[in-house]
Design a protein around this ligand. Structure first.
Ligand SMILES: CC(C)(COP(=O)(O)OP(=O)(O)OC[C@H]1O[C@@H](n2cnc3c(N)ncnc32)[C@H](O)[C@@H]1OP(=O)(O)O)[C@@H](O)C(=O)NCCC(=O)NCCS
Length: 223
């Protein structure tokens, strides 16, 4: 995985043969609104400062990631909240109050990418009961890994971001079940009923990383 850390964030160990062709850039959320193109700034004119910073930092990192594909600066607009990527490119953006991330790849390599970053303590037992099924909660309880509640939540958000731009389908948290490989810090996913996303999930895989009190989750669907 090609993961670049900016803004003094320490490098994260990743396996070089995992997710070849994808470029991911991680940075700290700050006021990057001056770097936005006028068309991008117009999209968040009425948002609060924290939302503006998250949006602007996400765009900054997305543009940095695109340079690794040889694509020079251009506005990244949006459609129904989704980023609009250059032709033949797939990508994803996520931000918390502190960290932001974006990943991109050529569509000839991946049909979809989803990234998600979450504060490790973000998901408590009450939220976990809503978004995770019995098997997923049982796995967390058996291994006594409460911080994995947020990892599994994050995995489902990354899955949504990777699949929704392809299918246009809303996926509920309980529509998808995760199979975690804790040793490899990776996961696969499947649906319980036949949905548009079902066949996509069969050729997809996700990865977990921990950085500065956050889970960073990546989900990629092979082309
Ligand atoms: C869309 C959603 C996943 C965003 O996640 P979030 O934790 O709220 O926020 P994040 O910071 O991680 O991500 C926000 C970014 O997601 C991207 N995004 C928004 N909607 C998207 C969509 N439908 N598809 C892909 N990316 C989307 C945008 O780039 C947005 O950032 P921006 O507005 O600055 O460009 C979430 O709000 C949501 O609607 N979840 C419900 C559906 C779901 O996750 N189901 C689980 C199924 S297994």
């Amino acid at each position: 995985m090609n993961l670049f850390c900016l803004d003094g964030i320490p490098a994260i160990h990743t396996e070089p043969d995992e997710v070849p062709g994808m470029y991911m850039v991680l940075g700290r959320v700050a006021d990057h609104t001056e770097e936005l193109a006028p068309e991008e700034r117009a999209l968040i004119r009425d948002s609060n400062p924290s939302r503006q910073n998250g949006f602007a930092t996400g765009r900054r990192l997305a543009k940095a990631a695109l340079t690794h594909l040889g694509i020079s600066l251009q506005p990244i607009l949006r459609s129904e909240r989704k980023p609009v990527w250059p032709e033949f490119v797939v990508g994803s953006i996520s931000h918390t109050d502190h960290l932001a991330v974006s990943a991109v790849a050529r569509a000839m390599h991946y049909q979809g990418i989803g990234v998600d970053v979450e504060v490790i303590s973000a998901v408590d037992e009450r939220v976990a009961n809503r978004v995770l099924d019995e098997d997923e909660r049982g796995w967390i309880d058996a291994l006594q890994l409460p911080e994995w509640r947020t990892a599994l939540f994050s995995a489902k958000e990354a899955i949504y971001k990777a699949t929704n731009p392809i299918t246009g389908e809303f996926l509920g948290f309980r529509d998808v079940t995760l199979r975690i490989d804790e040793n490899a810090q990776s996961f696969t996913a499947y649906t319980l009923k036949d949905l548009k996303a079902s066949s996509l999930l069969e050729r997809a895989r996700g990865y977990f990383h921990r950085i500065e009190g956050h889970w960073l989750t990546t989900f990629v669907i092979e082309a």
